[in-house]
Design a protein around this ligand. Structure first.
Ligand SMILES: [Zn+2]
Ligand SMILES: [Zn+2]
Length: 304
C-alpha cells in the first residue's frame, strides 16, 4: 500500500513479470517517491488499474501519465467521468474493460466486479497469480453476495475500514447529509461493517487482512484494528495477520505467494490484439467477448 486514507489512495501489486498500480490518488510527486521506496520506477509499471473516478483515487494520474504515458485500465463510464471532469483529456492509452470481465495483465489475472458506491461504475478486484490471490475492495457501502463469493478465493484481502460509527455520528464538522451519504448503502464500510465482511470470509482461504481508507477525523488505526481483532478472537482466529495501512507512509511489503519464475508471460496486448477478425467499427460491441477471449487459463498462458 503506497498510501491509503480519505485523502488519497494508491497501491502497488507486483510479480516477477508485472507491476500494476491500483489507483493513483496521491500527488504524482508522492507516487514517484513512494514507488522509489519500493524500488520501482514509473517506467517499470505495466499500467494503472482504477477502482472509480473519485479524486482520492485518481488525482496524481494527470501528471504521472503525461510524463510516462502509462496504460490506464478502467471501465468506460469511469474513463468518461474522469475526462468529463477535465482530467486526462490528452491521455491516449486507455484499456477499457467491462465491469464483471476477467482479463490478464502479464501473469496477473484480474477479476473485476461491481461494488455499491456513489461513483459512476465502481469496481472491486480479485487478482490471481500462480496459485494465490489478492482481494481488493475499498469504497463500498456494503458487500454484495457475489463479491463475498469471489473473495472466498483470496488469501490476502485489502478492505476499507472507513469510519468508526460513533465517531462519525458525533463528528461536529460534517453536516447530516454528508454523514448520511457515508453511512448509506452507496457510501463507505464502517469498522464494524468491514469486520462482518471479514467474518463471512473466514470459511474461505483468507490468511491476512490489510485495512485501509481510514477517515482522518472519524477513525483511528487502533479503533479499526481493535474492531477487526475482536471479531477474529470471537471466531477463534486471533492468530490471523491484520495490518492497517496509513495515509502518510508506505506499508510493509506483503508477500501473497510465489509465481513460478520462467519465460515471460504474454502481455495483455499480445493476447488482446491476436484476435484479428473483428472489424474496427464493431470494436465497441465486441469488447466484452474480446476481453473474455483475452483470458486464458493460467497454465495455458504459461505455455506461450
Ligand atoms: Zn475513496
Ligand atoms: Zn469513492
Amino acid at each position: 500500500m503506497l498510501g491509503s486514507g480519505s485523502a488519497g489512495n494508491s497501491a502497488l501489486i507486483a510479480t516477477d513479470h508485472c507491476k500494476i498500480l491500483i489507483d493513483g490518488g496521491l500527488s504524482a510527486r508522492q507516487l514517484m517517491l513512494r514507488l522509489e521506496q519500493c524500488g520501482v520506477t514509473p517506467h517499470q509499471l505495466d499500467g494503472v488499474l482504477l477502482t472509480h473516478e473519485h479524486g482520492d483515487h485518481i488525482c496524481g494520474l494527470e501528471v504521472l501519465c503525461r510524463k510516462f504515458a502509462l496504460p490506464i485500465y478502467c471501465n468506460a463510464l469511469t474513463a468518461e467521468a474522469i475526462r468529463g471532469g477535465g482530467s486526462l483529456n490528452g491521455h491516449r492509452n486507455w484499456r477499457i474493460f467491462h465491469t464483471g470481465a476477467e482479463f490478464a495483465i502479464c501473469d496477473i489475472v484480474v477479476q473485476t466486479f461491481p461494488v455499491p458506491h456513489d461513483a459512476v461504475d465502481p469496481v472491486g478486484f480479485a487478482f490471481h497469480a500462480g496459485t494465490r490471490a489478492l482481494g481488493f475492495i475499498t469504497d463500498l457501502g456494503y458487500a454484495t453476495k457475489m463479491l463475498t463469493q469471489r473473495l472466498r478465493e483470496v488469501h490476502t484481502l485489502v478492505i476499507e475500514t472507513n469510519h468508526d460509527e460513533k465517531l462519525l455520528q458525533n463528528d461536529p464538522h460534517r453536516p447530516w447529509p454528508v454523514k448520511q451519504r457515508i453511512q448509506s448503502r452507496h457510501g463507505h464500510l464502517s469498522n464494524a461493517a468491514a469486520a462482518m465482511v471479514i467474518g463471512e470470509l473466514l470459511a474461505g482461504k483468507i490468511e491476512r487482512v490489510v485495512l485501509g481508507h481510514l477517515s482522518r477525523d472519524c477513525n483511528t488505526p487502533e479503533l479499526a484494528l481493535g474492531t477487526v481483532r475482536l471479531l477474529l478472537e470471537k471466531c477463534d482466529k486471533a492468530d490471523m495477520e491484520v495490518h492497517c495501512a496509513t495515509q502518510f507512509e508506505v506499508s510493509p511489503r506483503f508477500c501473497i505467494g510465489e509465481t513460478r519464475p520462467g519465460p515471460f508471460q504474454p502481455t495483455f496486448d499480445s493476447i488482446f490484439f491476436k484476435v484479428p477478425t473483428v472489424a474496427s467499427d464493431k470494436l465497441g460491441s465486441d469488447f466484452s467477448n474480446r476481453f473474455r477471449s483475452a483470458t486464458l487459463p493460467r497454465d495455458q498462458s504459461r505455455d506461450e
